[in-house]
Design a protein around this ligand. Structure first.
Ligand code: AMP
Length: 595
């Protein structure tokens, strides 16, 4: 391996091994991120063989964090953020307090100083953005009410950590560490200790406020203006570049100029772009980079881990893990229930926050640099992070198991808990759409009772027209759809729906393919559609399958997999145009039977 190109070597080794181990993990039905972590351990300095550049891997991972938070911002509006403040703010604060107390307790048992306890506890209290977003994305929950609460909660935690990062150097002397840090943790730590504690707090808060105001006042005008200007050039490439430049630029500027974290800066950039429908759509298109970089995040975490520490540090690691996975979850669970939310919401939020990640590493590094935290503390935080990230998907599985049992118990012992309305900032329309999404369960969807029906997949531009025709003809059908907004519309139209990705076996099975007469695939992605055709044929060899395609290659692909009829969108458009011009349909194309 040539050592003169460390950046390329790191990217290639990181992504390549992550792919291999991610695919292996998937083969054994383990979440792929466990494979990414293993890949990281293998290219890390603690195992023999090739060693990637940890510093570079970290920076690449940071880009992943920026793009992820930008993506979250794109799906979030200020209204969403404010609508969950009533629970997210007290929830995050109480959880941070509880976790910090537990961490300080463990630190005391290990004989560390009070300052060490504080840093250690704080590091255990903040969840990882990447891990949380990945979990929500995999379960398609970012745009549900639970997802919004979890993300709002995380943003409050992030803000608290930004404050902690700035305050620690100023407080280090008082806490028994070294006054000034010789760390290069980021531009966040630029305030001198001589301002005093309140001075530092005041200046930090003022900077965060200044950033928010600048974004809301200037950014809100300038960013859409830039996008519209670039759209006029007619270059798609330039447009995507503009989106990327704005996301990275705002994040970087936020960190350098205002001391706000990169992640928070990117979140605001995304939120502002989401205000116009046009830029929103375009910006979403430009996010494929996000997934690649978030994989590098897990690889870079794996690189830090020394598997042998599991033996030398046995019980303190277990105790640290217990604080992260059990202590924090309990605190979150109690708070969410106390606010009157349903059990399923409480479980989901507890599980999604039961892990630690990037902020914890930054805090640990800072603590060691300030001579507050012993090196053992950093090792415990790392081990706790890795193990809790690996365990996190299992937490979600566990709540799927536990939920029916807990719900049965709750129903026996107490009157059913009502879903709490979203608070004063909510408008009636919003409550309706949220209600539609909160009804979504995390487990397998309930099976339909329909038989001899049609299964319509996708209710967008194509599916909604097909659905209307089926309804008009009074044919029995149901729709499988995975976009929350569309689900709300289906509900309003009174159409039976299975929510989720139709390519998922459980979701598809809920539509009773064995008993169905017809399958109509109105989704644009031919790869996904092909998987669904295979599954449908396996379940019901006699089912009539009609699919949608956008190229001849897709038509062939879908027919090869067993679709009876494939309608090629572009050909139909051409026929419509020809008909308009000639006044009659082109003679050679016979009408395919579509419904
Ligand atoms: P359109 O291209 O406007 O017809 O929209 C396609 C619709 O299909 C959108 O509403 C998507 O949310 C939905 N969709 C796409 N893929 C899937 C899938 N795998 N499972 C369920 N719904 C899907």
């Amino acid at each position: 391996m040539p050592h003169d190109t460390p950046l390329i070597a790191t990217i290639v080794a990181g992504l390549g091994l992550a792919f291999v181990f991610g695919a292996l993990a998937n083969r054994f039905r383990i979440p792929p991120l466990v494979g990414y972590l293993v890949a990281g351990v293998l290219v890390g300095p603690n195992t023999p063989g090739f060693v990637a550049d940890a510093g570079l891997a970290n920076e690449l991972a940071e880009i992943g964090v920026i793009l992820l938070m930008f993506g979250v911002g794109l799906h979030f509006s200020l209204k969403d953020l404010l609508s969950v403040r009533a629970i997210a703010v007290p929830g995050a604060i109480v959880q941070i307090g509880f976790a910090t107390a537990l961490g300080a307790g463990l630190s005391w048992m290990l004989g560390w100083s009070m300052g060490a306890g504080l840093v250690f506890g704080l590091a255990l209290s903040v969840a990882s953005t990447v891990v949380l977003l990945r979990a929500l994305q995999e379960r398609r929950m970012i745009e549900t009410e639970r997802g919004r609460i979890a993300v709002g909660w995380l943003i409050v935690e992030d803000l608290a950590m930004v404050l902690a990062l700035v305050l620690l150097p100023a407080l280090a002397g008082v806490l028994g560490g070294q006054e000034q840090a010789d760390t290069h943790v980021s531009g966040v730590l630029s305030l001198p200790a001589s301002y005093g504690i309140w001075g530092v707090v005041g200046i930090t808060l003022a900077k965060v406020a200044a950033f928010v105001v600048v974004m809301l006042v200037v950014g809100r005008r300038v960013i859409p203006w830039i996008l519209h200007y670039v759209a006029h050039t007619g270059s798609r490439e330039l447009f995507r570049l503009a989106v990327l430049a704005i996301a990275l630029g705002v994040a970087f500027g936020a960190a350098k100029l205002f001391g706000v974290s990169l992640a928070l800066g990117a979140f605001f950039a995304g939120m502002i772009m989401s205000e116009s429908e046009l830029s929103h759509r375009a910006a979403e298109e430009s996010l494929p980079l996000r997934d690649a970089f978030s994989v590098l995040f897990f690889v870079s975490v794996g690189m830090l881990f020394d598997p042998f520490s599991l033996i030398s540090n046995g019980w303190p690691i277990l105790a640290t893990l217990a604080i992260i996975v059990i202590g924090k979850s309990l605190a979150a669970f109690v708070i969410v229930i106390a606010f009157g939310y349903p059990l399923a919401t409480a479980l989901m939020i507890s599980a999604s926050l039961a892990q630690i990640g990037e902020f914890s590493f930054i805090l640990a590094e800072l603590g060691v640099g300030l001579k507050l935290l012993p090196e053992q503390g950093r090792d415990l935080i790392l081990a706790g992070a890795i193990l809790s990230i690996v365990l996190n998907p299992l937490m979600f599985l566990a709540i799927d198991w536990m939920k029916p049992w807990l719900e049965a118990r709750a129903a026996r012992t107490a009157p059913p808990v009502e879903t709490k309305p979203l608070g004063p900032a909510t408008e009636p329309g919003q409550v309706a759409s949220v209600a539609a999404t909160t009804n979504r369960e995390d487990g397998p969807p309930p099976r339909t009772t329909l038989a001899n029906h049609a299964i319509l997949i996708g209710y967008g531009r194509v599916g909604s027209l097909v659905g209307a025709a089926l309804k008009e003809a009074a044919l029995p059908f149901l729709v499988i759809e995975d976009a929350d907004k569309t689900l709300a519309r289906l509900k309003a139209d009174g159409i039976e729906t299975v929510s989720g990705n139709a390519a998922n076996a459980e979701v598809f099975a809920a539509a009773n393919p064995e008993g169905a007469r017809r399958l109509i695939l109105a989704i644009p992605n031919a790869f996904e559609a092909g998987q669904i055709v295979l599954r449908a044929r396996a379940a019901n060899p006699g089912i009539n399958v009609i699919a949608r395609a956008h190229s001849d290659a897709e038509v062939e692909h879908l027919k090869g997999l067993g679709a009876d009829t494939v309608i090629m969108g572009e050909r139909e458009i051409a026929r419509g145009i020809v008909e308009e011009v000639l006044g009659h349909k082109p003679p050679e194309a016979s009408e395919p039977s579509a419904a």
